[in-house]
Design a protein around this ligand. Structure first.
Ligand code: GUN
Length: 297
């Protein structure tokens, strides 16, 4: 029997629809228009595509959407000034500084300068701390999307007591994802590049989340029969004939014969990330206006 394929693309369409409805409701009931400003420094082609998409979808949500494009030579001081102005602007509820930044700019210093209540990337240490201590937080978009796909698979309370293995320990995905799994009462292991006997650890996982950035590093020997596998990897590899293709961190063809459910690459986690950025922008706008957004993330 082959695994169910988790359709993140369809889920993201539904989620964006819900956010657009919420956005319309906020405007009608509170005269509140969520505002998202994305800042990009330099000309990295992949970042340009991501940023264009974010702006386009924010407009579709009915948000006030702005993109600030800065030259590669922009200094750290100039970027800090831009962030300080956005922090002060009441029409801007969400600030996203696209990463990576040029080498002469300290990413950590920029992230620290963003008002934590406008930090729709969820990267500020205040938001990491809020998440780790069970308070309402802005949660990084990719793990937030993964947790929504998992909640949909397992249903309310369905992850409680399950063994979860997070492969990867980045601030952007691995660490916050582990916290979200812990909040769902999973027994969580964080594995990484120094982990010994990775397949043995992964084979224990009822829930396996991969965010390593190494194409197809997790083979069939890493999958427990019936496991739910979430593949965050987005690796571009040679497909022969001068072409390339996208692939995940999991060997999809091998894993789908063993897993219970698995996200494809592309079309799994990827589309959820932008949709969750829109969710976070609505959350930040509601916080700014003192509107209750329900229980902690
Ligand atoms: N670059 C690639 N992914 C991301 C992300 O989620 N946030 C930011 N700010 N930059 C990125």
């Amino acid at each position: 029997m082959t695994a169910d394929i988790i359709d993140g693309k369809a889920f993201a369409v539904g989620l964006r629809g819900m956010v657009a409805l919420q956005s319309g409701q906020l405007k009608a009931d509170h005269s509140l228009v969520p505002g998202l400003t994305v800042v990009i420094v330099g000309e990295d082609p992949a970042s340009q595509v991501y940023v264009r998409n974010k702006g386009k979808i924010a407009v579709e949500m009915g948000f006030l959407s702005d993109t600030i494009r800065l030259a590669e030579e922009t200094t750290q001081g100039q970027l800090l000034d831009v962030v300080a102005n956005l922090n002060e602007d009441p029409a801007v509820h969400g600030i996203l500084v696209q990463l990576p930044l040029p080498k002469h700019i300290d990413e950590g210093a920029i992230i620290l300068a963003i008002d934590p209540n406008k930090d729709v990337d969820g990267l500020h240490p205040i938001n990491a701390g809020r998440l780790a201590s069970g308070q309402s937080a802005l949660v990084p978009c990719t793990p937030l999307g993964c947790s929504m796909l998992l909640a949909d698979q397992f249903g309310q309370g369905g992850m409680s007591g399950k063994r979860a293995v997070m492969v990867g320990r980045s601030n952007l995905v691995g660490k916050p994802m582990a916290q979200l799994l812990l909040a769902e009462h999973c027994t969580v292991t964080i594995a990484h590049s120094r982990t010994q006997d990775l397949p043995a650890i992964c084979q224990e996982a009822d829930i396996l989340v991969a965010a390593v950035g190494v194409p197809e590093i997790l083979g069939g020997d890493c999958i427990k029969p019936g496991a739910v596998v979430i593949d965050v990897g987005m690796n571009r590899i040679d497909a022969g004939g001068g072409k390339t293709r996208l692939t995940g961190d999991v060997d999809f063809d091998a894993a789908k014969e063993i897993a219970g459910a698995i996200t494809p690459v592309p079309g799994g986690v990827g589309p959820m990330t932008i949709a969750c950025l829109m969710v976070n922008t609505v959350t930040a706008a509601c916080w700014a206006a003192g509107i209750d957004t329900g229980p902690a993330a």
